[in-house]
Write a protein that binds this ligand. Sequence first.
Ligand code: HEM
Length: 452
Amino acid sequence: MSTEKTSGVAQTTNIRNPLHAIAWWRHDFHRMFSARVREAQLGFRHTWYLGALTLGTFTIQVGTGLLLMLYYHPSIPQGYADMKDLEFVVSSGAMLRSLHRWSAHAMVFLVFVHMAKVFYRRAYRPPRELSWVVGVFLLLATLLLSYTGYLLPWDQLSYWGTTVGASIISSMPIIGAKLRFYLLGGHTVNANALLRFYVLHTMIFPLVVIGLIAVHLWRLHQDGGMYEPDEQGKPILPDHIPAEDELFRGVENEKTLSYRELLFREITGIEALAVVLFTMALIWKAPLDELANPLHTPAVAKAPWYFTGLQELLHYFPPFVAGVILPGLIVSGLFIIPFVPWFDGVTTSDMCRWVRSKTARSLTIVVALMALSALLIHMHAWDAMLPLWIVVVFLCTSSGASKGSSGLRSWLSSRSFSFWIMTLFLMEAVVLASVGTFFRGAGWSWVWPWRG
Ligand code: HEM
């Protein structure tokens, strides 16, 4: 017999008895997933299971990535030759590579949509601030995971796409050149860069993502499962933390165990997504351009779609502004969302009068939008103007709404500062990425996609 201490209370277990040990582990497993949640919290409409689907794509990435590692050598030109072998020699190799590629795209897409969904539900509100902050790190880690994988095929597309990314990094003041040097292992994208990207892509970032996901889900459990506000819009907190002597009994007594209900539905969703991605991989092969040639710059070197918005900004602004200041502002904005109640339209009596006033908030938005418009007009960034004008039109529509008015106008007028900022950011991201991906040709000039 041995005595173990769990959560500060002595529990007697016989660890030499396998049945006892299994019961203990089972109990721990239940406790881990047994967030006491109301049935209503598990509804599809809350999350659209987007977090779980993101997790599903990451799992597919790890599975297919491990198999790809069996065939891939991170050296030049062998890496490229391995891609060709996967396509023409290895059985199901093209499908494997395509599945890895499409699930990477799906992961980036889903992580953005998951973030937007969480934001519009205000699920970042206390006590879920840490889940949100860890989520922002996950977003960045996902982008870095994709970016480092982009170079591995060592074709023209990946070589020049990575070169564009590396030049953005070097535009950072003071540390930029050093950071680029350490990332590439030299001054140019070469064999050292390929090896470093390989290690980052297959070891470092996957481990970082796994660690962050573990913390993300653990926090979710600690915070009482999915966010659900009460009638006053306040989050419902876990109302019952079982006493130590209730631990075993508590599991049975709980109304709804989230893992029993939710896990089944989410796994079904992941399986459906896997079927879609598998079908896509069978129909569309992942692209492979010619072998990378550092002496031949292609007419247009495009980054992957989730960075073409950034490339579009680089077309208008100097690299330091487009590559450092703007992304820096966006990322810091994302981090502080849960910590500035004012952004959220929440005011407390200890805030100064100016901050509490709705007029002051509206005035801040108007001044910020006018300054941004002036800047975009000056830079002739017309595509970036479009989302801004749409937001201005909606703001003007909502401005005249009185207390009694109903419908869209009153809904818009009750939106918070952070709602407008996030909506503008998402619309800019979609418009700029679409223009960068479909409407830019040689020398980053405008082309209509149907004219080639
Ligand atoms: C690899 C990326 C990510 C994974 C695998 C992931 C996974 C999950 C999962 C499984 C959930 C449970 C609900 C659901 O299924 O949707 C969840 C909830 C949540 N996630 Fe994520 N997430 C990721 C990225 C993010 C990002 C980028 C953010 C925000 C910046 C975020 C913020 C949150 C928050 C606040 C919740 C709680 C939602 C609620 O209470 O309703 N996550 N996440």
